[in-house]
Design a protein around this ligand. Structure first.
Ligand code: DOR
Ligand code: ZN
Length: 364
């Protein structure tokens, strides 16, 4: 049985870092295990223009500890009035790595997103010609479509027509949650990929609803039934280079989740990597872990893989993850995998420095 694994340092291809005090509170958790992250633009107000992205990246870089060379890969938030020239120059100048499509109303801070994709076609055409990838929140927002069907309906009614109209457009179906999504990506050729989160590999809809409502498992797209989770595990462990890790770690204050209309989002930055390692171990697929967390995303985005490595070890006792992290604006509850996780990352640089029981010392 494999007890120790050294792999290239992973990237997080879908991460919410927020802004201000909350950002400064959660950022260290992503620095533990990842070298780069594709940073989501759904701030209030959103990151729409090149200038917005440059300013946001500067705020993120200023929050890094001295000497830390973590790389923020920025995204722009697509609106119906986005200027195609601004997007193309942001991409070709290396300011942004992708553009994010939020159907308006689909999720947190998506109100400025796209209501009618026809109105964004000139930007999407320009992106297709420039090679700029489009990251997609793949859910329709129609109230008469069941929330558990919204991804499958989006693929059929929005994504497939879009890709037929613009076959050169590189698309990432973010946080895929369904067998339909996996099938679509598998059969879709080399210009479509998908990110998969740690939590969708570990939870199904029963975790959210059976025996009590658990707001900390509520995210969008919502976790589906078990058969879909199994499809996601098969895709992630398959070695197919068009599936890779994007944690969608999405911090909200605990108080904003434990309320009558709780926010969508699961905060998994502190433990996503050990959780994914455990899933791969449980499915005899540790030989595919590096591809999923460290190689495939870089390949699809045409970036070099990270040079540094990280070593994971399998311990005798399951990890006791911190239940929350404290920030100046309130605590943020950490993802509970709900199953024993025996994998730990060695030399986790932040472990030793942090005081107190909630800080992750138990993860050593
Ligand atoms: O659960 C989610 N939370 N899904 C999203 O698409 C957005 C995210 C957030 O920003 O909180
Ligand atoms: Zn997200």
């Amino acid at each position: 049985m494999i007890q120790k694994l050294t792999i290239r340092r992973p990237d997080d291809w879908h991460l919410h870092l927020r802004d201000g005090e909350l950002m400064r509170g959660v950022l260290p958790e992503s620095l533990r295990h990842f070298s780069r992250a594709l940073v989501m633009p759904n701030l209030v107000p959103p990151v729409v223009t090149t200038d917005d992205a440059i300013r946001y990246r500067r705020r993120l870089e200023n929050a890094l500890p001295a000497g830390n060379d973590f790389r923020f890969l920025m995204t722009l938030y697509l609106t119906e009035t986005t200027d195609p020239l601004d997007v193309v120059s942001a991409y070709s100048d290396g300011v942004v790595s992708a553009v994010k499509l939020y159907p308006a109303g689909a999720t947190t801070n998506s109100d400025s997103g796209v209501r009618n994709i026809a109105r964004a076609m000139s930007v999407l055409e320009a992106m297709a010609s420039a090679g700029c990838p489009l990251c997609v929140h793949g859910e329709v927002t129609d109230h008469d479509v069941d929330i558990f069907d919204r991804e499958a309906v989006f693929i059929e009614s929005v994504l497939e027509p879009l890709r037929r109209a613009l076959p050169d457009l590189k698309v990432i179906l973010e946080h895929v949650t369904t067998r339909e999504g996996v099938d679509y990506v598998e059969s879709g050729g080399d210009r479509i990929a998908a990110t998969i989160t740690a939590h969708h590999l570990l939870i199904n809809r029963n975790h959210i609803l059976a025996g009590g409502v658990r707001p900390h498992y509520y995210c969008l797209p919502v976790a589906k039934r078990e058969a879909h989770r199994i499809s996601l595990i098969e895709a992630a462990t398959s070695g197919n280079p068009r599936f890779f890790l994007g944690t969608d770690s999405a911090p909200h204050r605990t108080a904003d989740k434990e309320t009558h209309s709780g926010c969508a989002g699961i905060f998994s930055a502190p433990n996503a990597l050990p959780c994914v390692a455990q899933v791969f171990d449980d499915h005899d697929a540790l030989d595919q872990l590096e591809a999923f967390v460290s190689l495939n995303g870089a390949g699809f985005y045409r970036m070099p893989v990270n040079r540094p490595t990280i070593t994971l070890t399998r311990r005798q006792n399951p990890a006791v993850f911190p239940s929350l992290i404290k920030t100046p604006v309130g605590s943020v509850t950490v993802f509970d995998p709900g199953t024993p996780v025996f994998w730990r990352c060695e030399n986790d640089p932040l472990e030793a420095k942090k005081p107190g029981a909630e800080s992750g010392l138990n993860m050593l």
